[in-house]
Design a protein around this ligand. Structure first.
Ligand SMILES: [Zn+2]
Length: 839
């Protein structure tokens, strides 16, 4: 959710990202790539077993759901109706809510939509009429508010907790806080009340809202409409297309398509990843809507958009726990650990990615990739977003991944990373999606087609497959146990049982085993596919699926020496107590030991023993998911050398040529001339990967000095870098390095600045926890006790001479030549010789 008071300034860092990394990679992506682009059917091939047909048995999922159910019973509907009533002049003496539902917050009303959905799911899944009754009360009262809209001066059909004038601001080019986002939540809640809880009045109210949306948008030309779509609008196309699938009223589909955001859909339909810099959760619901529009229209383009987006996000923008985003935004593809903070992985994003995965799966069940991702994200992020100590299922907003992040404390302030929500004083988007997530675990365990039942998730449950009059019971301690056991408890018939054989099994070439009534089946159980057990099933038949698990180290795509560890589908995190590391703890992978308790290991990190446990179980303490793993042994050598004396070649022959950019050019009397207005040199990606010590040297002639102009800057973005500049505000040249989430940076100030108009040999040597800066072979600055090692930087994607990672900084004005990187820390004598030599 874009929140004016949590949103942080964001400067896109889209840059050259085309070059290969030049290192062996194991993806951290939690699902294998889809291989076969099947021609999917716009009519979904599968449907889920309805919530009413599946009951959760004891498990962490049921425990989470129980807490959220308690909240749904507890919450006072009239407090959530308060601002709706006041908005149309109806009386209310309820106590106003706080947080994002406070009477002066523009997003007010969105939580009522989430509540309607959660109540409908809870009713469908438990059969308890108390949830339906609360839903009926809310719907009836919202209907009264809608009926009162014209008398309050609003357009008929308008239903909201804020005045309609906000939409006038939006249409006039203003930037109010996401008014259609809130309308979407209310409409979706009403539609769920109809679909899941059988509330006919809810359908009437949502149809009235749809008519209002249609009237509102009909007055706008396409250009105005597209401009308006820049403001977060949730899944308006989604709910309207879904409404069309219920009503078959062409107006609903027509209105849905007015919300097709071409700035996003255009590149996606052509298979281009232009997501960097976009607010993530503003985009995901639009793409969920594209699947619904595909169902409604049969137009392939919608499916292409959704399938490409899913592949792109899951394989190039997703952290090892299944979530995406840094401070709510997408970054450049495959740049992940260079963007770790306390504010990664907004939980709503994953809630929406799971919706998308589930819908895509229902159109293309040939592979397990969609549901592998679903499982992975469910266990590693969603299950853990909720506070197990809260009676009401409070959730965090972000799931931070910078080492030392935590889920903690009592909610209230949404802006405190990792803090849990509360009864009435939070109402963030994630409190809302949390209510939904934790009341629908039962909806993706089993799916059906005509004569096949798919078992997707290994969550203890009972299910009734009405079509065949069959009852099943799934019992398992998975993932603490490696197997699950499915028993036919009632009925009989000939059908196929299709078991998901998770793609993660493929990581170690392990094989699933399937036994029916104790006997091996010989059925193919290929990871990433569904194993089909076709037979005449009878009461008492027992299927046992065993999925061997082992620890797997997972390298980050942007830094092979930063790794996470998983076991089966579970990401393990280091439980750090109240220890807050300054950067990635250094782990010794060889020290990993089983504890005897399932999914718990110990290892040595930063010289002390640390416990690793399922990430979702780490609460009320600091944790790390990513670790620094040992650097490869480097032969001391000149690693790269760009003389830049009329040639752009690397003299070691290992690297691609440098590129002169934006007016940089060879000077007749040596080196590359930089004009100070944009000219710079671009060096290949990955130059300093895998170095825990190094030397970087350059000859530079500054023709004028400006603060922050860089001699060189090797990094990813304006918070992950390794640079030397010509001058800081204090009048000294500085070496500095930093990784994104670090407090502060490791830096060394020289005794002075660069001379003007004279060539200077500048070298920085980093290693063994120290950094030394040299000018013309003489030490001019030193720092010991560095926080980070250069190993933390990884395969830096933006390596510049004369240009900063930060687009606000000036360019260098002068000359550069003889740029060198050594794979080791040169001593003072060697630096002296280097200075004296002529390159
Ligand atoms: Zn959110």
């Amino acid at each position: 959710m874009t929140a004016p008071f949590t949103r942080r300034a964001f400067l896109g860092t889209a840059g050259a990202t085309t070059a290969a990394l030049g290192v062996g990679l194991t993806t951290v992506a939690p699902a294998a790539a889809r291989t076969a682009p099947h021609k999917p059917d716009p009519r979904a091939t599968l449907s889920p077993l309805p919530l009413s047909a599946v009951t959760l048995l004891d498990s962490p999922f049921r425990a989470n759901m129980t807490r959220t159910l308690a909240y749904l019973k507890f919450i006072d509907a009239d407090r959530l109706l308060h601002t709706f009533r006041l908005n149309v002049g109806l009386p209310s003496n309820a106590q106003p809510c706080g947080g994002w539902e406070a009477p002066n917050v523009q997003l007010r009303g969105h939580s009522t939509g989430h509540l309607l959905t959660a109540l409908a799911q809870a009713h469908a899944n438990t059969g308890d009429d108390a949830y339906a009754a609360k839903g009926r009360h809310l719907v009836a009262e919202l209907a009264k508010c809608q009926a009162a809209a014209p008398a309050a001066g609003f357009t008929p059909g308008y239903l909201s907790a804020f005045p309609e004038s906000v939409f006038e601001q939006l249409e006039a080019g203003g930037n109010p806080w996401a008014p259609y986002y809130t309308i979407h939540k209310i409409m979706a809640g009403l539609l769920d009340q109809y679909r899941l809880s059988g509330n006919g009045q809810a359908l009437d109210v949502v149809k009235g809202m749809a008519a209002w949306v249609e009237a509102r948008c009909a007055r706008l030309d396409e250009q105005t409409m597209q401009r308006l779509l820049h403001v977060e609008f949730g899944g308006m196309n989604d709910v309207l297309a879904e409404l069309y699938l219920v009503t078959k009223d062409p107006a609903h589909l027509r209105t849905a398509r007015r919300f097709d955001h071409e700035e996003m859909f255009g590149p996606l339909s052509q298979g281009r990843d232009e997501l960097a810099g976009y607010h993530a959760n503003t985009q995901i619901p639009k793409v969920v809507g594209a699947v619904r529009e595909y169902e409604a229209t049969g137009e392939d383009r919608y499916h292409r958009i959704a399938a490409f987006f899913w592949d792109t996000v899951v394989h190039h923008h997703t952290y090892v726990i299944g979530g995406n985003s840094t401070e709510e935004h997408f970054g450049p593809p495959d740049e992940l650990v260079c963007r770790l903070t306390d504010d990664n992985c907004e939980n709503c994003n994953s809630y929406n990615m799971l919706k998308l995965s589930r819908l895509l799966f229902m159109h293309d069940p040939s592979e397990t990739a969609y549901m592998d991702y679903y499982e992975w994200t469910l266990y590693n992020q969603m299950l853990g977003e909720q506070d197990p100590d809260s009676e009401h299922g409070f959730c965090t907003y972000y799931t931070g991944l910078w080492p030392g992040s935590q889920r903690q404390g009592k909610g209230g302030l949404v802006s405190a990373p990792g803090s849990y929500s509360s009864d009435y004083d939070n109402f963030s988007c994630d409190h809302g999606t949390g209510m939904e997530t934790h009341t629908k675990f039962a909806d993706s365990i089993y799916f059906q087609s005509g004569d096949a039942l798919y078992v997707n998730l290994f969550i203890p449950s009972e299910a009734t497959w009405e079509r065949h009059g069959v009852h099943l019971r799934q019992e398992t301690a998975y993932p603490k146990a490696e197997s699950t056991r499915i028993t036919v408890t009632e009925g009989e018939g000939r059908f196929a049982l299709k078991l998901r054989i998770p793609g993660w099994l493929g990581a170690r070439g392990r094989h699933a085993k399937i036994r029916v009534n104790g006997a091996a089946t010989g059925v193919k159980a290929e990871p990433g596919r569904y194993a089909t057990l076709q037979r005449h099933w009878r009461k008492g038949d027992v299927v046992e699926l065993t999925m061997p698990m082992a620890p797997v180290w997972r390298k980050a795509p942007d830094n092979p020496h930063i790794q996470a560890i998983s076991h089966g589908p579970i990401v393990l995190a280091g439980a750090l107590g109240d220890r807050e590391p300054n950067t990635f703890p250094a782990i010794d992978p060889r020290s990993l030991r089983e504890t005897g308790e399932p999914l718990r290991y110990t290892a040595r990190a930063d010289g002390a023993e640390v416990t690793l446990m399922p990430f979702a179980e780490v609460h009320h303490q600091r944790y790390t998911v990513y670790w620094a793993t040992p650097a490869p042994r480097q032969r001391p050598r000149l690693l790269a050398h760009y003389a830049l004396d009329g040639t752009l070649k690397d003299t070691t022959g290992k690297w691609p040529d440098a590129v002169l950019s934006e007016g940089a050019d060879f000077a007749q009397d040596g080196g590359v001339g930089l004009n100070g207005t944009g000219g710079h040199v671009v060096l290949p990606r990955g130059l300093i990967t895998g170095l825990d010590e190094l030397t970087v040297a350059i000859r530079v002639r500054a023709d004028s000095l400006t603060n922050n102009a860089r001699l060189f800057d090797l990094g990813f973005n304006r918070r992950t870098f390794f640079y030397v500049n010509s001058r800081t505000g204090s009048g000294r040249s500085r070496f500095s390095m930093k990784s994104y989430g670090m407090d502060g940076e490791d830096f060394v100030d020289a005794t002075g600045t660069l001379p003007v108009g004279e060539w200077l040999h500048v070298a920085v040597v980093v290693g063994g926890g120290s950094a030394v800066l040299y000018f013309d072979g003489a030490e001019v600055g030193r720092r010991d006790g560095l926080v980070m090692s250069p190993l933390i930087l990884g395969a830096t994607s933006q390596n510049f001479l004369g240009r900063s990672q930060d687009t606000r900084h000036p360019y260098l004005h002068g000359r550069v030549r003889d740029f060198r990187i050594y794979s080791h820390a040169l001593d003072a004598a060697a630096i002296g010789e280097l200075h004296a030599s002529q390159s």
